[in-house]
Design a protein around this ligand. Structure first.
Ligand code: B12
Length: 173
């Protein structure tokens, strides 16, 4: 991995330079491990840095939104390299709990499951608890992946998990 890629990518995010960001991404499409490295060691630290810059008023909310939008577009561009030809019979439902907007991290996890041949059903940001539960029981996944970044959302997470367990117990009764 080229150590400069992270700096160049961060600069592209802050300038909204899709072409430059995309060019870095294309260096990581040879294998699934390369994509995972790109997610974990280029996009993630760049967005963490963006968060820090926003927290200390070095950049505006607009610049932070731009950086996220560019990151998400680039991940979508990579999707054709994410999909695996070899499929498993497994299925995972993933998403952000109610009120939670931070969806980039859990989308990365969805992509990693896809790379391993799972059907990854990604619900995105802010999924209402009752709808999340209905979807889980409709699709009967092998695994559920929930995401939250904001501490005050923990009670919503607890509520969702407890409801899923309660419905499941009722079904096996
Ligand atoms: C982009 C961003 C936003 C965007 C999100 C848009 C989007 N489409 O996702 C917007 C503008 C909406 C936003 C809003 C807010 N944000 Co914000 N945001 C960020 C920022 C800069 C990047 C988030 C990100 O994508 N990170 C990169 C991903 C890859 O990292 P990740 O989420 O940690 O995911 C990795 C792991 O955690 C893990 N993972 C994540 N989910 C899951 C799920 C499973 C199942 C598994 C196995 C693993 C896993 O795997 C991922 C890959 O390694 C962060 C900075 C940061 N440190 O992350 C702040 C940050 C998270 N935000 C913060 C805050 C405070 C807010 C707001 C409250 C601001 C406000 N006052 O309005 C709101 C809250 C919105 C809400 N209700 O959720 C704080 C949170 C502090 C805290 N924990 O309390 C941060 C840390 C910024 C900061 N330094 O202060 N934000």
């Amino acid at each position: 991995m080229d150590k400069n890629d992270k700096e160049i990518f961060l600069d592209a995010l802050l300038k909204g330079d899709m072409r430059k960001g995309s060019a870095i991404a294309k260096k990581y499409v040879a294998s699934h491990d390369d994509i995972k490295n790109f997610y974990e060691h280029v996009i993630k630290p760049s967005l963490y840095k963006v968060g820090e810059m926003w927290e200390y008023n070095v950049i505006t909310v607009a610049a932070e939104h731009l950086a996220t939008a560019v990151s998400e577009s680039i991940m979508n561009e990579l999707y054709e390299y994410v999909i695996s030809e070899e499929r498993t019979p497994y299925k995972i439902v993933l998403g952000c709990i109610e009120n939670e907007q931070h969806q980039v991290g859990v989308k990365m996890i969805a992509d990693v499951f896809e790379m391993h041949g799972w059907d990854a059903l990604f619900l995105g940001a802010n999924t209402p608890t009752d709808d999340f539960i209905s979807y889980i029981h409709e699709t009967n996944p092998d695994l559920i992946g929930l995401s939250l970044s904001i501490y005050s959302h923990v009670p919503i997470f607890d509520k969702l998990v407890l409801k899923v367990i309660a419905v499941h117990l009722k079904q096996v009764e």
